[in-house]
Design a protein around this ligand. Structure first.
Ligand code: FAD
Ligand code: SF4
Ligand code: SF4
Length: 395
């Protein structure tokens, strides 16, 4: 927090002008800090020429503990959202490494207890209230933070979905802790037992591992599709804790007008078992058409790298990668794709990868299970011919 030394303050007002968050109001010439709005960025301290402002580092709001690992049980119209099963699989794996328990927190007017029992977590923490029927990020943050303060989990994970991205950063600010968004990998440091949160950084050119050393809970959002979900029938039922929160925490911050569902996309890459992807090596719509025919011939779903989407040859919902969809097919066939890290993070969980490329040294060819060196305009027609004749592809 920022403290003002009124003995040193010359009432110049520079600090209010310097604050990027409009957190300083000059009242009767004196700067008054709105601690709710203040992010502790320190810009005002720099701006004050009279050393009248001081940044006081706050203690971690919650002492370091080996508390439970929590996941946020985001719901959609069918109950728990698919990403929650993925988060549960990761949380259970981390909990085994850290030797702690797991819990899912579900807020709503109906709590999908049966679905939650299939997550394999140790505890279900549920807040049921008619005012929680619709997701409101401020209201949900109030409730979730209240629960965190009560139970002190060591880790809190959410999906990197529209809901998770609205809720978890808000909670991190309220709880004065760190959050790593859009993680592609999470693990526990075997020595410190701190959560290692890995995500693409600097435009995706490196994978950065980030830690929240001193503040709790350690918070991260995880991209859907990064972790394999496990829908299990657990040996032991999870304990259910029904929680109540003060009514004032449940006030809506917006007025509900209507719900318009997003039109269904024609491609569901996340559930596809076999994917054939077209890269910039297709060189244009004709090449993409050839790859699409190949996909159709083998009953695969068609996907694309980003340059193919940027060029307008295929649609955004077909894009695989950091800024597209993360997939886990049984087989991924990359046609003319170099394997840049931003593409790789979206498809590296494929069980088997086949690459067709003219460049044997590109990352996709080096990392593929089967690398076919050649021009897609030669290889794909040959492959389709072999499929028709039920023959193996000639070496
Ligand atoms: C912030 C950020 C986010 C990004 N997000 C994504 C993302 O989500 N998804 C994504 O895909 N990219 C993403 N990118 C872009 C990424 O960095 C690469 O530029 C992109 O993945 C390259 O696509 P490509 O492999 O199709 O094209 P290129 O890198 O141009 O590779 C084309 C390949 O085709 C081969 N080739 C050429 N002609 C033929 C032929 N006739 N037959 C066979 N092979 C041939 C070449 O040898 C080459 O390996 C992102 C970049 C940034 C900075
Ligand atoms: S910049 Fe410093 S001296 Fe000026 S009003 Fe702010 S605190 Fe006071
Ligand atoms: S620390 Fe940053 S956010 Fe807080 S009052 Fe100063 S300038 Fe504004």
């Amino acid at each position: 927090m920022i403290s003002v030394d009124l003995k040193k303050c010359r009432r110049c007002g520079l600090c209010a002008k310097a604050c990027p968050f409009a957190a300083i109001e000059i009242q009767e010439k004196v700067p008054v800090i709105n601690q709710e709005a203040c992010t502790n960025c320190g810009a005002c301290v720099e701006a004050c020429k009279f050393n009248a402002l001081e940044k006081i580092e706050q203690q971690a709001s919650i002492e370091r503990t080996d508390g439970d690992i929590w996941i946020f049980g985001e719901c959609d119209q069918h109950g728990l959202a698919p990403v929650v099963y993925e988060l549960a699989a990761k949380a259970n794996q981390l909990a085994r490494q850290a030797n702690v328990n797991t819990a899912v927190v579900i807020l709503g007017n109906k709590i999908p207890i049966q679905q939650a029992q299939r997550l394999g977590v140790g505890k279900i923490i549920a807040v049921q209230h008619e005012k929680l029927a619709r997701f409101d990020d401020r209201q949900a943050a109030n409730v979730l933070c209240q629960l965190v303060e009560k139970y002190n989990p060591s880790i809190l994970l959410g999906g990197a979905t529209a809901i998770g991205r609205a809720l978890l950063p808000r909670c991190a600010v309220k709880l004065h802790t760190g959050l790593t968004a859009d993680c592609t990998e999470l693990s526990i440091d075997p020595v410190t037992r701190i959560l290692l949160q890995t995500r693409p950084a600097f435009g995706g050119n490196i994978l950065a591992t980030i830690v929240t050393e001193n503040h709790r809970p350690q918070m991260a959002t995880v991209r859907p599709g990064v972790v394999k979900a496990e829908k299990t029938t657990p040996q032991k039922e999870a304990d259910i804790c029904w929680e109540t929160v003060p009514e004032e925490l449940l006030d809506y911050s917006f007025q509900w007008i209507d719900f318009i569902p997003k039109p269904a996309e024609t491609t569901n890459l996340r559930d596809a078992e076999v994917i054939v992807a077209a890269g910039y090596g297709c060189q244009g719509p004709e090449g993409v058409k050839l790859v699409a025919e190949f996909a159709r011939a083998i009953g695969a779903t068609l996907a694309a790298s980003r340059p193919v989407v940027d060029a307008g040859w295929l649609q955004y919902h077909q894009q695989v990668g950091q800024t597209g969809t993360t997939i886990q097919p049984k087989l991924y066939i990359a046609c003319g794709i170099s394997g840049a890290i931003q593409h790789w993070v979206g498809m590296s969980n494929a069980d088997k990868i086949i690459a067709i490329n003219t460049d044997p040294d590109c990352q996709m060819m080096l990392n593929a299970d089967i690398a076919i060196k050649g021009n897609i305009f030669d290889i794909i027609p040959q492959a389709m011919d072999c499929i028709k004749k039920n023959q193996p592809l000639a070496k």
